[in-house]
Design a protein around this ligand. Structure first.
Ligand code: PLP
Length: 305
């Protein structure tokens, strides 16, 4: 199995605020890893796919919602590396499929819709057994791709970064990416995860559990920030959309409205507030997710709502 092994670029951002606050800010462009298998989704899938192949599985099965970046990336990666693939989708089959799900079908993913109460059972043995009865053998990748293999893939980012930075910022959903960063840091520097979900106060503890399960160790050098969810998952405000527009004009870098837009908004706001000591070297991880715009536009999310 051949994985893209090109190292994603690290770019320095320049601007008056950064000068004024005397901090340096770099962006790790994981959005450029692959047009379809982007960012943290690639990092998280990589060793799962390698394990599936090693164990001789021909089929992958995973879980997600109508607009899931993980479903999108898994469908594309399965296609690229010659696996069959099943997506267990949360909710009844809608009349009009989202462009994320249409893309998944185009890549050969078989969609299996389950209602929300069934979906809640997805990690239980009886539910997984029923999936095996229906679909035969498969390699199971959990929702969002978060497991020990995901942490291993994310932790590898450290091999691609300079060693002298002070902070690394990332968007957080399930917390798998943040946990991978914490595992990779091994106690040095500080990781900040910006939660895209509202009021998910279990996240901080969950990251600790994930890191412990992966490395057998606990680390204190991370924090989850809950101040920039903009109303919650897949919600936005005109202020956030405006920020993403200006960011693109200023740096020529696209951000997505679900994750990376919020993380960068939060990072700049913390810089403005003087959160980072003078002389800090900050790395912000662009986790990709640019396909998220399609669902955002289809939903015609009222940016005021
Ligand atoms: C899925 C996703 C995240 C969240 O990653 P977790 O590991 O679930 O915390 C962050 N950014 C982007 C762009 C994503 O697609």
């Amino acid at each position: 199995m051949k994985f893209p092994d090109a190292v994603s670029p690290l770019q320095k951002l320049e601007g008056p605020l950064l000068d004024e606050k005397e901090v340096s800010l770099y962006i790790k462009r994981d959005d450029l890893i692959h047009p379809e298998v982007q960012g943290n989704k690639w990092r998280k899938l990589k060793y799962n796919l390698a394990d599936a192949e090693k164990l001789g599985h021909k089929t992958l099965l995973t879980f997600g919602g109508y607009y899931s970046n993980h479903i999108y990336a898994t469908a594309a990666a399965a296609n690229k590396f010659g696996f069959s693939c099943i997506g267990v989708i949360r909710g009844e089959r809608p009349e009009a499929l989202s462009s994320t799900l249409l893309f998944a079908i185009e890549k050969g993913m078989q969609l299996h819709f389950v209602n929300r109460s069934e979906y809640k059972q997805k990690d239980t043995d009886p539910f997984i057994e029923s999936l095996h009865q229906q679909f035969g053998d498969f390699y199971l990748i959990p929702e969002g791709g978060t497991n020990n293999f995901a942490l291993k893939g994310v932790a590898e980012i450290m091999d691609e970064l300079p060693t002298d930075f002070d902070f690394i910022c990332s968007a957080a959903g399930t917390g798998g990416t943040l946990a991978g960063l914490v595992a990779g840091l091994k106690g040095k520097a500080q990781a900040i995860g910006f939660s895209s979900l509202r009021g998910d106060d279990t996240l901080t503890g969950r990251v600790n559990e994930l890191v412990k399960e992966y490395s057998g160790k606990s680390f204190q050098n991370y924090a989850v920030n809950f101040d920039y969810h903009f109303g919650g998952y897949a919600k936005a405000t005109p202020e956030l959309i405006q920020f993403i527009k200006v960011f693109r004009q200023q740096f020529d870098i696209p951000l997505d409205p679900v994750y990376t837009g919020k993380m960068f908004f939060g990072s700049f706001d913390l810089i403005q507030q003087g959160y980072f000591p003078k002389g800090s070297k900050i790395i912000a991880l662009h986790t990709g997710g640019l396909q998220g715009w399609s669902g955002f536009n289809e939903l015609e999310i009222n940016p005021a709502g």
